[in-house]
Design a protein. Sequence first.
Length: 148
Amino acid sequence: MSDAFKAALARWPSGVTVVAAEWDGKRRGMTASSFSSVSLEPPLILICIGEDAHLLPVLERSGRFAVNILAEGQERISDHFAGKPIPNLEPLGPDLAIAGALATLYCTVWQLYPGGDHRIVVGQVEDIRLGEAGKPIVYWNRGYRSIP
């Protein structure tokens, strides 16, 4: 079932985000395509984070995180936070924003839920920074794609 499940989900296109948190001087980030809006009032979003992700304990302790919606051309940043570190690349700004992102949502943890081998994190959006308008990175069929 696992291979079929992965193959089925690869057929679903999604945007690409980098989720970041900081606590006690530790800054962690990860690429996440499991991102969705939940509610307009209050403004809630959700992300799913693997139970073994280095980001999870930092996010849980800080209670705050940022979601950067990546733009086309930021594939290297996505790869960096997906576990393919690029030497001398530190794209997180002091406020956890990524320069050139389409938008950065600053959130507080609203609720955490178990989700199998992941944790479902619902965040309340406290602030938003809009970047330049542009095209997003799209991830489909195990690769980055462009919107024509």
